[in-house]
Each structure stands twice: as C-alpha cells, then as structure tokens.
Design a protein around this ligand. Structure first.
Ligand SMILES: [Zn+2]
Length: 302
C-alpha cells in the first residue's frame, strides 16, 4: 500500500511530463540525500541538529507543495512533482538553459532542506499533537491567533535551517558537479553565491505565484530577504562576507527583473520589520518546548 496514495502516490518518470532531465535531477538529489542525510546537520543559534536517516520521496501531484512527517514510524520528506516542475519552468523562463538547470537543482534541494529542518528542529514532533504534517505550501492565513503565529514562526525557523544546508551544498557540492553552469569550473565563490541567492529567490517566487493575491503568511518575498540575511552568517564562517554582499547585489538585480516581468511588487512594509515582529510573537518558554523535542531526537540519533 502506497502511503502517499491519498496525495497521488509515489511519482515515476511519467509524472514529470516529458521533463526527463528534471526526473534525473530529482533522482540524483534523492540518491545524494540517501547517501549523506545521516551525516548532515542543521546548525542554528549554537545548536546542532542532526538530520538522521530521513527518507525522501516524490509524490505525483501537480500542487506546489512538500511535506514533512513520519509514516509507519519512519521520518520522511515528500515533494510534490508540481513543485519541481514549477521551479524548473520559472528558472527556464528567465535564465539560459545551463544556468536554469543549476537553479532548478538548487531550488529543489532548498525545499528539501527546509522540510528536513522542520524534522531536525523538532517542529514536526511538536505539531504532531494536533497535526502530523508540516506542509511547505501551507499558508497560515493572515491572522493574529496564536496558532497562525506559531506556524509563521516555524516557517522562518525552518528557512534558517535550510540555509545552513543549502549554501554549503552550492559552494561544496554543486561546484564539483556536472550541473555547475560555469563550465570551465572556474566559478568564483561570488558567482556560486549569486547562483544560490537567485535559486532561493526562485523558490519564494514560485510560492508567491502559487498563491496569487493570497494573504499567505509568512509572505514569500520577506522569507527570501530573511534567507539572504541568514546566508550572511554562513558566508562569514567561511570568511566570504565581502563576496557574499557582492553576490547578493547581483542576484537581487536579476530577481527584481524577474519580479517586474511577473508583475510582482514585493510590498516593502511586509519585509523587514514585520519579520522581526513575527519572531517576537512566540514566547521563549514555548520555543524551548520544540527545542527539547529536537534535542531528544538528536540524542536518539547519536
Ligand atoms: Zn515549512
């Protein structure tokens, strides 16, 4: 019995609608995580969260969404094929083929990293009390009630974890991989960080477009800005702060061009101060509840 039958079932090549290259990328990422997930960690706020043995699957479903949860006692991340297809479409609509392919792989990896962070950081265990799943496309409506605030907070926190997996993936793995769009392999760190920043912007652009005119929170574009801020810490640990700022400038120009072409006008008032206010919404005592669950999970994995 396919555990995911209710969503469309485990995807096969045919569910990628003739995009054989995308199917191959998705399989490669699946193999990569299968081989490496148990060694990977998410780091945030002096806390290190091991990923552990998490299963990765693709689900035949045209929605832009992904899930984190546990099925039959096994932790699992599931991405809807619609997410991967949409990311590839957006990338190819705005960038040359080789660059767009690399953006697609990094963007799909980022969504997985976000879901893995939900598991590793204790969010899934915490929410299992009332809901077993955290959905990537889940948009807690623009409400002030405690539950909506909690879900917004968890989305930002998972984004934090995603960045600590995603930027090193680009700087260390993509650099050496055939998907590296800088064919002579002489890409500078700044080139790669620009590539990463655009890919992350692509994820949030695709999310934004999947919810046109919606009042979803946290709004996708502020999440992009938040992710860029978090990437600075990763870059700083590598002594690449200056490169990072240059890279973001280049990426931002490209993204603004893309947003303008899509008629998207990120609303300024939703970007910076609102992110900070959202985070302040959750009492520290409550935050410690899922931190303790994450620590217990980490202890089980050691
Ligand atoms: Zn999420």
């Amino acid at each position: 019995m396919d555990r995911f039958a209710g969503w469309g079932g485990i995807a096969t090549r045919s569910d990628f609608a003739g995009r054989d290259d995308l199917w191959e990328y998705c399989l490669s990422l699946q193999r990569l995580f299968a081989a490496e997930a148990s060694q990977l960690t998410v780091a945030f706020d002096e806390e290190v969260y091991p990923i552990g043995d998490v299963e990765l699957v693709y689900i035949a479903n045209a929605s832009v969404n992904a899930l984190a949860g546990a099925w039959d006692g096994r932790e699992c991340i599931a991405m809807f094929t619609g997410t991967a297809i949409r990311l590839m479409e957006v990338a190819h609509a705005h960038f040359p083929p080789a660059y767009a392919n690399a953006l697609t792989v990094i963007a799909v990896h980022y969504v997985f990293a976000h879901e893995l962070a939900h598991l590793a950081m204790g969010h899934v265990a915490y929410l299992v009390k009332d809901q077993a799943l955290l959905e990537y496309g889940d948009s807690a409506a623009h409400k002030r009630d405690p539950r909506a605030r909690l879900r917004r907070f968890l989305e930002f926190e998972a984004d934090t974890g995603a960045v600590t997996l995603s930027l090193p993936f680009v700087l260390d793995v993509v650099r050496e991989a055939s998907i590296n769009p800088f064919s002579d392999r002489t890409a500078s760190d700044a080139d790669l960080m620009t590539l990463w920043a655009i890919a992350v912007g692509l994820v949030y652009t695709a999310m934004h477009q999947a919810n046109p005119g919606g009042h979803s929170h946290p709004p996708p574009i502020p999440r992009y800005y938040n992710a860029m801020m978090l990437g600075a810490a990763v870059a700083a640990r590598r002594d690449r702060d200056d490169d990072y700022l240059d890279a973001l400038g280049v990426a931002h120009e490209q993204l603004q061009r893309m947003w303008a072409a899509n008629g998207m006008r990120p609303r300024r008032r939703l970007s910076w101060s609102s992110i900070m206010k959202m985070d302040d919404d959750i009492p520290e005592a409550q935050q410690r509840e899922w931190l303790e669950l994450a620590r217990a999970r980490a202890a089980r994995l050691r």
